[in-house]
Design a protein around this ligand. Structure first.
Ligand code: ADP
Length: 462
């Protein structure tokens, strides 16, 4: 054991001294292991010294390592703190930018915006508030919002504020309520206010967007007046059309019957000019009769459009076909239909509608046998779309709208009889019941007239 230690120590000393043990040295020193006990303490001392040096070196190495580690940690920590600092600076920058953006937004808002606490104290106001109420911002901030409310409204305003803070939610005020604002100069003006709650660290605040309601109220009042005026003149016109057409019927009837009497009695007994003139007069009377009847129907379409009840469209169509049976037979027309629904409508007007559309489909025929097909399809839950399709002469697209206007005709009197009122009546009937009417057509191929009527919950296909 000692020998091994001595060998180890020697080797260690040599190694530490930077001496490389050659084979000769090893060989030369090997006798020492067995014989030289006296030099053993020297060798041992050298061993202990070596060991001490190794330990010291190891300790130094460890210390150096620990120091390096600590330095590295410090550096890491320093880097982390630097990073945190940079991050929080960026965050602060971002927050500042966002705040600037919100401020700019607040200032650019078209409405006056005032932020008020539950105690009614103004905590924030934008530029538009200054403009609208005539106060500077420093005059507003920290004051009670009551300064912007006319005395007569203050009590109610307090109640509204309390109500709001009890159940804070976004709400609009002023459109129905008669709210007013009070300017610094004491003048009052109508306002519309929308309130939004704002949760902050100090509690709930109310954000009030205040708009000057003067213009809107003025234009609403103007619109109301115009509507009343329009309704009055419409009613008058309708009344006039009704009375005129109704009252004109009687004298016209008299003129017509006497003209017919003249024609009957004196035809061939006066000269040929007289016969011609009487024929023109009789024709004129007949046309005027048609016109007056159509005008009467038109004015009635508006007046009686409100009496709605459940109507079976199939029976409305068959009543219409009975009314125009002569025309159908004269033209040899074939009228077919799909199953039609039961709807809630004015039945007399529905008959009139089918009568006009099917009548036109036959009247504006081509040489071929007139074929007319009526059908209906549901359009969602809300309405039915009816169609009346013919194989007639068709209509050019530029007239698709025009034909629904009163007195608008595409044919001359020589080509076909008519007053140009039929489709205007249809339009009035449909619109009075909340529907629309339109046409799709190909010249020389045929037309399809569509109209929609609301389908109510109880409406069903027969
Ligand atoms: P009227 O038939 O008395 O002339 P309407 O208002 O019923 O008046 O029709 C207006 C015009 O629309 C008609 O003159 C005709 O030119 C055109 N029209 C209406 N229905 C059809 C149809 N089914 N096919 C082709 N043209 C039509």
């Amino acid at each position: 054991m000692l020998v091994v230690s001595a060998f180890f120590c020697t080797s260690a000393v040599s190694y530490l001294a930077g001496v490389r043990q050659t084979d000769e040295v090893a060989r030369a020193s090997s006798p020492t292991y067995h014989l030289d006990i006296s030099g053993l303490h020297l060798v041992l001392s050298a061993g202990v010294l070596g060991l001490a040096i190794i330990c010291t070196l190891a300790m130094l190495l460890t210390a150096a390592l620990l120091l390096a580690l600590a330095a590295h940690r410090r550096q890491l920590r320093a880097t982390a703190t630097g990073k945190e600092l940079t991050e929080s600076k960026a965050l602060a920058d971002e927050r500042r930018k966002a705040e600037l953006r919100y401020r700019a937004l607040l200032e650019a808002a078209p409405d006056a915006i005032v932020m008020v606490g539950s105690n009614g104290i103004i905590e924030l106001a934008n530029a538009q508030t200054e403009k609208l109420f005539g106060y500077t911002r420093s005059e507003l901030l920290g004051q009670s919002v009551d300064m912007l409310v006319p005395k007569t409204f203050r009590e109610r305003h307090d109640e509204h504020r309390q109500e709001f803070f009890e159940a804070p939610k976004v709400r609009e005020m002023g459109k129905d309520l008669d709210l007013h604002g009070l300017r610094k100069d004491g003048t009052q003006f109508p306002v519309e206010i929308s309130l939004s709650p704002l949760q902050t660290e100090t509690g709930i605040l109310v954000l009030a967007a205040i708009r000057d309601g003067t213009e809107r109220r003025k234009s609403a009042k103007l619109l109301r007046e115009k509507m009343t005026e329009l309704k009055r003149s419409n009613d008058e016109l309708q009344q006039f059309a009704y009375v005129a057409s109704h009252d004109l019927q009687e004298p016209l009837r008299m003129v017509t019957s006497y003209m017919q009497l003249l024609a009957k009695r004196y035809k061939g007994r006066l000269d040929s000019d007289a016969d011609e003139f009487i024929a023109y007069a009789v024709d004129g009377c007949n046309r005027m009769k048609g016109l007056i009847q159509d005008l009467l129907t038109y004015s009635r379409a508006g007046a009686s459009g409100k009496t709605v009840r459940e109507v079976t469209c199939e029976s409305a169509l068959s009543n219409a076909l009975i009314n125009i049976r002569a025309v159908i037979e004269e033209n040899g027309a074939i009228v077919t239909h799909d199953p039609l629904p039961v709807i809630t409508a004015d039945d007399t007007q529905l008959v009139q509608l089918f009568q006009n559309l099917v009548g036109n489909a036959i009247k504006y025929r081509r040489d071929a046998v007139p074929r007319v097909h009526v059908s209906a399809a549901r359009n969602g839950d809300m309405e039915w779309i009816f169609s009346v399709r013919d194989n007639g002469m068709g209509i050019e697209p530029q007239y698709f709208e025009k034909i629904f206007i009163l007195f608008q005709r595409l044919q001359g009197r020589q080509e076909s009889s008519g007053t140009g009122i039929g489709l205007a009546i249809c339009k009035k009937i449909v619109e009075r019941q909340g529907g629309r009417i339109w046409v799709e057509s190909q010249l020389d191929e045929g037309s399809t007239f569509y109209f929609s009527l609301p389908s109510l919950a109880e409406t069903e296909t027969k």
